[in-house]
Ligand binder design. Structure first.
Ligand code: HEC
Length: 210
C-alpha cells in the first residue's frame, strides 16, 4: 500500500513540474518573442502589413494579430493552422516556412492565453557579444528581411560580417534608434526595447566582440 502512495505522490510531483515549466516558458512573451516572428516573416511588401493586409490580415500589432487567434486553442486559431506542420500554407513561396522553434513559441503563447505581455525578462546589461546576444536579437527581429535571399536595403544581417558592415556605416544604430535620415527598423514593427538597443550600441562601441 505504501508503495502505491509513494508512486502516486511521485507522479503528482512530475505532473506539477511539467505544468510549471510550461507556464514559465521563456518563449512566450508577446512583444519580445511572438511579435518579432510575425514582423520578420509575414510583413514583407505584398504580404500582411498595415497597408497591404493580404487576406485581410495585418500582422504588425497585437490587436490585428488577435483576429486570427483563439486564446488557449491553437487548433482553433486560423493563424496557427496556416503555419503548423510539414507543409504549411504560410508563409507562401518564395519565403521559407517558420522554424519549428518559432511555431512552438506561437503555439505556447496561444496555449497560455495569448495575452499582450511584454518585459517578461529582466534586462541583461552585461552580455553584448555577437555570439551570446547580438546574433539572437538580429535573428529574432531582422533576419527574415535581411538575408542572402531577401536583402532589405542591401543588408544581410544573418551573419557576423554582414552585421558588422551595417554597423560600420552607422546605418544599423541609426535605423534601430529611429534617427532622422535613416529608415526606421524593424520595418513594420515597434522599436526594439531600450535594453536591446543599448546592447547593440555597446557591441558597436566595444569594436564588435565576437
Ligand atoms: C519586414 C521586413 C524588415 C524587417 C523586419 C527589418 N527590415 Fe531593415 N530594411 C527592410 C527594407 C525593405 C529596407 C530598405 C529600406 C526601406 O524600405 O525602408 C531596410 C533597410 C534597413 C537598413 C538601411 C537603413 C537606411 O537608412 O539605409 C538597415 C541598417 C536595416 N534595415 C536594419 C534592420 C535591423 C537592424 C532590423 C531588425 C531590428 C531590421 N532592419 C528589420 C526590411 C526590414
Amino acid at each position: 500500500m505504501k508503495k502505491v502512495y509513494i508512486l502516486l505522490i511521485f507522479s503528482c510531483m512530475l505532473l506539477l513540474t511539467t505544468c510549471i515549466s510550461d507556464i514559465s516558458s521563456p518563449n512566450a512573451c508577446f512583444n519580445e518573442d511572438v511579435l518579432p516572428i510575425f514582423i520578420s516573416n509575414c510583413t514583407y511588401a505584398g504580404c500582411h502589413n498595415a497597408t497591404e493586409k493580404k487576406a485581410d490580415y495585418n500582422l504588425t500589432s497585437y490587436e490585428a494579430i488577435m483576429k486570427g487567434i483563439t486564446p488557449k486553442h491553437p487548433l482553433q486559431s486560423e493563424i496557427y493552422n496556416t503555419i503548423k506542420g510539414s507543409n504549411p500554407s504560410m508563409p507562401q513561396t518564395p519565403y521559407p516556412m517558420l522554424s519549428k522553434k518559432d511555431v512552438y513559441t506561437i503555439k505556447t503563447w496561444i496555449q497560455m492565453g495569448a495575452r499582450n505581455t511584454s518585459n517578461c525578462k529582466t534586462c541583461d546589461t552585461t552580455n553584448f557579444t555577437y555570439g551570446n546576444r547580438i546574433s539572437t536579437t538580429l535573428q529574432t527581429w531582422c533576419v527574415g528581411c535581411h538575408n542572402s535571399n531577401n536583402l532589405g536595403g542591401g543588408f544581410d544581417l544573418s551573419n557576423y560580417n554582414g552585421a558588422v558592415s551595417a554597423a560600420e556605416n552607422n546605418k544599423l544604430l541609426g535605423s534601430i534608434k529611429h534617427l532622422s535620415g535613416f529608415s526606421a527598423m524593424p520595418k513594420n514593427g515597434a522599436q526594439l526595447s531600450i535594453c536591446e538597443i543599448s546592447a547593440i550600441e555597446k557591441w558597436i562601441n566595444k569594436g564588435f566582440p565576437q
